[in-house]
Write a protein that binds this ligand. Structure first.
Ligand code: HEC
Ligand code: HEC
Length: 450
């Protein structure tokens, strides 16, 4: 129950005010939050919080207009979310959208961001949140209950939007719009994790409360409790398996461990050593949501003291090896040393003062690049390019291994530290709607074993 887990953290921090020198009341918190917001959030949500950042035109669903005061994700009765709800969205992000989770930041930093985010919408800043909605004791899932839920889903109108198989392609789906005037897709319920919690209680809450600002209705008075649990367990049963080792009730910071070996790092994914390395699932955030897109990749890493190899694997139904858009994958590293996660560059390839180094593999070409923002990406000359890569498409999956020396090659390059940060981006040639990658990951930690 991730909602409750974070609430417990919040409460325990109230109990012990061991937060160091972060005082100065709400306006000081908002001022600190503004600094973080302008680095990490403003490119999407806009400096004024109106959802109009420079990256917004590339995204769908659109970054929230935070001045509107409408929040989709809340556990409270009434339209005003609790602080815990907004903190929860910031911690885990919104699956299936570009909204990244900021799990790497500290609770104190989240609270500073919260103060600033709330200042955009006077309605939210001044209103008190109502109490959380009660969820009755869960009725255990059984095959009979799921069958009953399937019947209700078909007969009581869910299929009109979510489609007969829950894929989000019902007859009404294409014509739905939200409170901000954008098209909104009914979530494909076969993909996961869902946007606002993935546990049965979370799904139950969404069904009774609906989603503010969207056509998803509130069904509290339309069904009995038993019927609501039937629908909940049916919805849960639709979901394709999540990656091994991932617990949606308890999402943890993603850490990519690079085991140390002696000798050559293999570029071939068949090399037996890769079989001994733990795979880390990495969730992907789409720029432009498409049904059928890849929702996660798995990453493995090895190093030998002077070189590092990263093995990325993902499902792709069709291999795109020709034409303007070919499949590909990239990893980015901050160039400057990052003392604390708040100092990370903007996730979308940095800013002028916070550059990133990128290793990119596309079918037929391997490159290194330096970026100081989306519009300031420079490929390195072939002499300065050290990365080697091999991509293999096998039985519906890409296997790509990139390896490179750990030490920086000249200025404008990242040295791989014993512990540092990286993130990934994926290109799918099937999805030619926009330039740039199909999806990207949050910043995550890598660690080199000693
Ligand atoms: C890459 C773009 C991107 C970045 C960066 C980003 N967001 Fe978002 N954010 C989104 C999108 C897209 C949504 C809408 C998701 C949806 O509608 O389901 C969103 C939604 C939200 C919401 C609304 C939740 C609700 O209940 O409706 C909040 C709050 C939010 N973001 C805060 C932040 C904060 C704080 C940061 C920086 C720490 C941030 N975002 C960074 C794209 C982004
Ligand atoms: C009028 C169209 C419509 C109908 C009818 C409808 N939904 Fe939805 N539903 C949506 C939309 C649109 C969203 C996604 C909103 C968003 O992502 O911003 C959604 C989201 C959801 C989610 C949340 C998924 C997540 O990612 O958290 C669940 C669960 C859900 N619907 C279940 C149901 C069930 C069960 C029914 C029938 C009892 C139903 N819906 C009827 C439009 C509809």
């Amino acid at each position: 129950m991730r909602i409750w887990a974070i609430m417990a953290i919040g409460l325990s921090l109230v109990g012990c005010r061991a937060q160091g020198p972060r005082d100065g009341g709400p306006s000081a918190a908002a001022a600190r939050g503004k600094v973080l917001y302008n680095i990490h959030c403003a490119d999407c949500h806009g400096v004024k919080g109106d959802g109009g950042g420079p990256v917004a035109p590339l995204l769908w669903p659109k970054p929230r207009d935070l001045t509107s005061g409408i929040f989709k994700y809340r556990t409270t009765r009434g339209p005003v979310p609790s602080d815990t709800d907004i903190l929860q969205t910031m911690k885990v992000g919104v699956p299936g959208t570009a909204m990244p989770g900021w799990d790497l930041l500290s609770m104190a930093e989240w609270k500073d961001l919260l103060a600033y985010v709330k200042s955009f919408a006077p309605r939210i800043a001044l209103a008190a949140a109502d109490r959380p909605v009660d969820i009755p004791t869960e009725v255990k899932s059984t095959p009979e209950l799921i069958a009953k839920g399937r019947g209700l889903f078909a007969k009581r109108g869910c299929v009109a939007c979510h489609g007969a198989a829950g894929n989000g392609d019902g007859p009404a789906a294409a014509s739905l719009t939200d409170a901000w005037g954008d098209r909104v897709a009914p979530r494909d319920l076969t993909r996961g994790p869902l946007k606002w919690g993935n546990m049965p209680r979370d799904i139950y809450r969404t069904i009774i409360m609906g989603i503010p600002g969207t056509p998803m209705p509130a069904y509290e008075h339309s069904f009995t409790t038993d019927e609501l649990w039937a629908l909940t367990h049916f919805v849960k049963s639709l979901q394709a398996p999540l990656p091994e080792g991932y617990d949606p009730a308890n999402p943890k910071k993603t850490v990519l461990d690079a085991a140390k070996i002696a000798g050559e790092l293999p570029l071939d994914y068949h090399a037996p050593i890769w079989g001994n390395v733990q795979a880390t699932p990495v969730f992907l955030k789409p720029l432009w949501h498409e049904s059928g897109m890849t929702e996660w990749l798995t990453a493995k890493a090895l190093h030998n003291g002077s070189e590092i190899a990263i093995y990325l694997r993902w499902t792709d139904n069709e291999m795109n090896v020709e034409g303007a858009r070919v499949d590909g994958v990239a990893v980015q590293f901050p160039i400057e040393k990052v003392a604390t996660p708040a100092d990370l560059p903007y996730l979308g390839m940095g800013h002028a003062g916070r550059p990133v180094a990128i290793w990119a593999w596309h079918v037929g070409r391997t490159q290194e690049l330096t970026a100081r923002g989306m519009n300031a990406v420079r490929p390195k000359s072939p002499e300065m390019t050290r990365v080697m890569a091999k991509g293999t498409y096998d039985a519906g999956e890409w296997h790509v291994i990139m390896k490179r020396e750990i030490a920086a090659a000249g200025r404008d390059d990242a040295t791989i530290q014993l512990q540092g940060y990286c993130s990934f981006a994926l290109w799918d040639g099937d999805l030619p709607k926009h330039a740039g990658p199909e999806s990207f990951s949050e910043w995550m930690i890598y660690e080199l074993a000693q």
